[in-house]
Design a protein around this ligand. Structure first.
Ligand code: PXP
Length: 252
């Protein structure tokens, strides 16, 4: 049996809740400690240009305090590259960013942004940071990411999860096929494949059946579940779903 995908827990929305009142709690770094104790393999946080959730000092504390890999999500801007080079997280996931969006609404435009992303990837890699590119699950995007020199891609699962959530079976099937083909191509090119956005227990179980997926990054759903059952229980259930999904990999 292949190894399970790693679970990266995104703590952004603990900071969203904290910032709603302007005080110090709930503390996203405390959530990260709880997540690690509950079995998270890594912690993910997105320092957005507008600092709407995670702030600079949160990222610095996460880097200092947590003992598992930190995945620093960021836009490929000069400001963020400077902060990342100083912070030296385990990994940086480059994402597109628009101020008006509610969340990261699509993958990077790796073809138009090719030259710039190549420079940023080289600079971060030189600083010892593992770079992943958050892309739409299309084969041309995987090829472009590979030509940029990124060792990792993270496939955007948002469209697939949206189709699942709306019970649109045909669209969900098509979106899953795109994910499957993109993951296969990444494997062929030697690019490590991660996935994330909008995953709940069922979606995490289903995508874990793709043996190429090495890591899932999950935030919003887990934090929502945590309100009802607590973060450790939500993470334990997510890990069980991932393990169940991976056990079906290669069957049928
Ligand atoms: N991966 C990336 C690159 C993201 O931008 C996000 C959202 O911040 C996630 C994963 C997690 O998505 P969600 O919060 O919907 O689980």
């Amino acid at each position: 049996m292949r190894h399970f995908p790693r679970l990266g827990v995104n703590v952004d929305h603990v900071a969203t809740l904290r910032n709603a009142r302007g005080g110090p709690f709930p503390d996203p770094v405390r959530a990260a400690h709880v997540a690690v104790a509950a079995g998270a393999d890594g912690i993910t946080a997105h320092l957005r240009e507008d600092r709407r959730h995670i702030r600079d000092e949160d990222m610095a504390r996460l880097r200092r305090e947590i003992g598992v890999p930190l995945n620093f999500e960021m836009a490929a801007t000069d400001e963020m590259v400077a902060i990342a080079v100083q912070t030296r997280p385990h990994a940086c996931c480059l994402v597109p960013e628009r101020r008006s969006e509610r969340t990261t609404e699509g993958g990077l435009n790796v073809r138009d942004g090719h030259d710039h992303l190549k420079l940023v990837t080289a600079e971060l890699s030189h600083a010892g940071v593992r770079v992943s590119l958050f892309i739409e699950p299309g084969e041309s995007a995987v090829e472009a990411a590979d030509s940029i020199g990124a060792p990792v891609v993270e496939l955007h699962t948002g469209a697939w999860c949206d189709a699942l959530a709306h019970g649109e079976q045909e669209r969900a099937h098509q979106e899953f096929e795109r994910l499957r083909r993109a993951a296969l191509l990444a494997e062929r090119l030697g690019v490590e494949c991660h996935a994330g956005h909008g995953l709940d227990f069922d979606a995490a179980r289903a995508i874990s059946a793709l043996p190429q997926i090495a890591e899932l990054n999950i935030g919003h759903f887990l934090m929502g579940e945590a309100i009802f059952v607590g973060l450790p229980a939500a993470i334990a259930k997510m890990r069980a779903a991932i393990a169940q999904g991976r056990e079906t990999a290669g069957r049928g």
